[in-house]
Design a protein around this ligand. Structure first.
Ligand code: G1P
Ligand code: ZN
Length: 563
């Protein structure tokens, strides 16, 4: 019934709209800087506002993606400045390229995980997600375009490389001249032969999570004496978290903070870590009012989990979810396997060994989990950068992680700190930290990195922080599913006691270069499990600085962000 009613509506709309004409716009010089990074094309809003800049990238996407003519496309974003304009431009270009059906959302609000779900649900050929993730937004902030493939996950490098190559050779693009429909209310519209459906971006995602977790048990926890605080950071998760936590699960009004998406995220930096989500961190780590706290990033794929006086390191979070997975109805029958990105700590490896599960180590970036998930080799995966997810979609999923933790707490009826203490007493503890040096002059950062890379062969067998360097290499990965090789993924020093130091250059920054230093040291169960991570890692930190000459070469006395 519903489908005939909506197709009647669309037929009426199509009949009422004269077919707009396709315009070919020529470009005198192609752009040379549209190479997608770790997660899509990310640039300043100002760069995206240059004439034809967005159009150039989108044209390349439509030329490269298979199945565009006659296909279904999902489109939305995190609500940042530029979101609505981009939806209009992309809708008009989709019409010019023969896309049959475009599904977008009210207000253009669509989180990255919800987009991944919609792509899969509607068997779309792709999704375009307008977001620069956790980077600040607004006219002086950043904008981004992420392209996801038919499996719902970030497009693989073969596609992003082809898109980049297409941008550098582009002589023009196709677009229709027409008004684009209002995004203010759900409805069906037509743009020539293109059917545009504006749907609520929250509904389907909520239904998906209801199938994975026991909302009765979590609701009972949240309606009892278990106050929680969720910080949406004025970004995309506000409407999702309000519906889930305050609506369906009955948490008190006010549980969701900063819940209205704003074009500039209220001037904030929507990255859920102790630096940028410090208001929430202070509530949980210094105050006594809340038992659980969580925050998500700009586009809703990252999460930070806090307990009363307890910060959960994201690498540990993945390990805890793995160890407790069967408590959630959606994972009750067990896991196929797990994966983590290379810089993520090996906490999950220890749990996987205990559960006899395959465990994969992939390069940084969610796209590398895609094949493993599609092939059914893994169920859970995660990154140290506050990303955790499962095979329910093909993106990391912030609110999924929050509900998973609440499921564990609702079933085990204990505190976050107790979950962690229990976990370490069983599996030992991986002390872990990441030090970021942001906005370094690009030549200095590359100079430092290339020098360290050149030193690697001579380092094996030498002493480092009282240990010996067992392996020194530049990480490369052969995908076990399709055999593709990805190299140059980060410099690793593996020490003889299992400790590690990793150095990478960020692939998502928009200003200069960002150097990431990852530090990890394992203490087995029975050892000292209650140290401050910075202290537990102090000797590694000092030795890494001496070897890589970080302070002298960057001119920075300390990292800009420590997580
Ligand atoms: C960063 C994180 C990485 C994550 C990516 C996208 O990339 O380190 O784990 O997948 O953002 O959220 P980087 O800037 O390090 O290249
Ligand atoms: Zn994100």
């Amino acid at each position: 019934m519903t489908s005939s009613a909506s197709s009647d509506a669309s037929a009426a709309a199509m009949a009422a709209t004269p077919s707009p004409s396709v315009r070919q716009v020529s470009l005198s010089t192609p752009f040379t800087d549209q190479k997608p990074g770790t997660s899509g094309l990310r640039k300043s809003s100002r760069q995206f506002e240059q004439p034809h800049y967005l159009e150039s990238f989108v044209e390349a996407v439509f030329r490269v993606l298979p199945g565009v003519a006659g296909g279904t496309l999902i489109l939305g974003g995190d609500g940042r400045y530029g979101n609505r304009r981009a939806i209009g431009v992309i809708a008009r270009m989709a019409a010019a390229h023969g896309v049959a059906r475009l599904i977008t959302t009210t207000g253009g609000i669509l989180s990255t995980p919800a987009a991944s779900h919609l792509i899969r649900k509607h068997q779309a050929i792709a999704g375009i997600i307008l977001s620069a993730s956790h980077n600040p937004g607004g006219p002086e902030g950043d904008f981004g375009v992420k392209v996801n493939g038919a499996n719902g996950g970030p497009a693989p490098e073969s596609i992003t490389d082809a898109i980049f190559a297409a941008t550098t050779a582009l002589d023009g693009y196709r677009i229709v001249d027409a008004e684009t429909p209002s995004l203010d209310v759900p409805g069906v519209h037509a743009l020539g032969d293109l059917r545009i459906e504006v749907i609520d971006g929250v509904d389907d995602y909520v239904t998906l999570l209801q199938g994975l977790f026991d909302f009765g048990a979590i609701g009972a926890l949240l309606r009892g004496d278990f106050p929680i605080a969720f910080d949406a950071m004025h970004a995309v998760t506000g409407p999702y978290a309000s519906r889930l936590l305050e609506g369906l699960l009955g948490a008190p009004a006010g549980t969701v903070r900063n819940g209205t998406p704003l074009e500039d995220f209220g001037g904030g930096h929507p990255d859920p870590n102790l630096t940028y989500a410090h208001e929430l961190a202070e509530l949980l780590l210094d105050g006594d009012a809340y038992r659980f706290g969580a925050a998500c990033d700009g586009d809703g794929d990252r999460n930070m989990i806090l307990g009363h006086r307890c910060f959960v390191n994201p690498s540990d979070s993945l390990a805890v979810l793995t160890a407790n997975a069967t408590l959630a109805p959606g994972y009750a029958s067990g896991l196929a396997g797990v994966a983590r990105s290379m810089p993520t700590s090996a906490a999950v490896d220890v749990v996987a060994r205990d559960l006899n599960l395959p465990c994969y180590e992939t390069p940084t970036g969610w796209k590398f989990f895609g094949n493993l998930l599609d092939a059914g080799r893994i169920t859970l995966c995660g990154e140290e950068s506050f990303g955790t997810g499962s095979d329910h979609i093909r993106e990391k999923d912030g609110l999924w992680a929050v509900l998973f933790w609440l499921q564990i707490l609702a079933t085990r009826r204990c505190s976050v700190a107790e979950v962690m203490a229990d976990h370490w007493s069983r599996f030992g503890r991986h002390y872990y930290s990441r030090h970021d040096y942001e906005a370094i002059a690009s030549d200095r950062a590359h100079g430092l990195y290339d020098r360290l890379k050149g030193l690697l062969p001579s380092l094996v067998g030498t002493s480092f922080a009282g240990r010996s360097i067992a392996t020194a290499d530049d990480f490369s990965y052969t995908d076990p599913v399709d055999g593709s090789l990805t190299s140059g993924q980060g410099l690793r020093l593996l020490l003889d006691d299992g400790s590690r130091v990793v150095v990478r250059l960020s692939g998502t920054g928009t200003q200069g270069a960002t150097l990431r230093l990852y530090l990890e040291s394992y203490v087995a169960a029975g050892g000292n499990l209650d140290q401050d991570p910075q202290q537990a890692l102090a000797d590694l930190i000092t030795a890494a600085d001496q070897l890589a000459e970080i302070r002298s070469r960057t001119g920075m006395e300390r990292p800009t962000v420590i997580t």
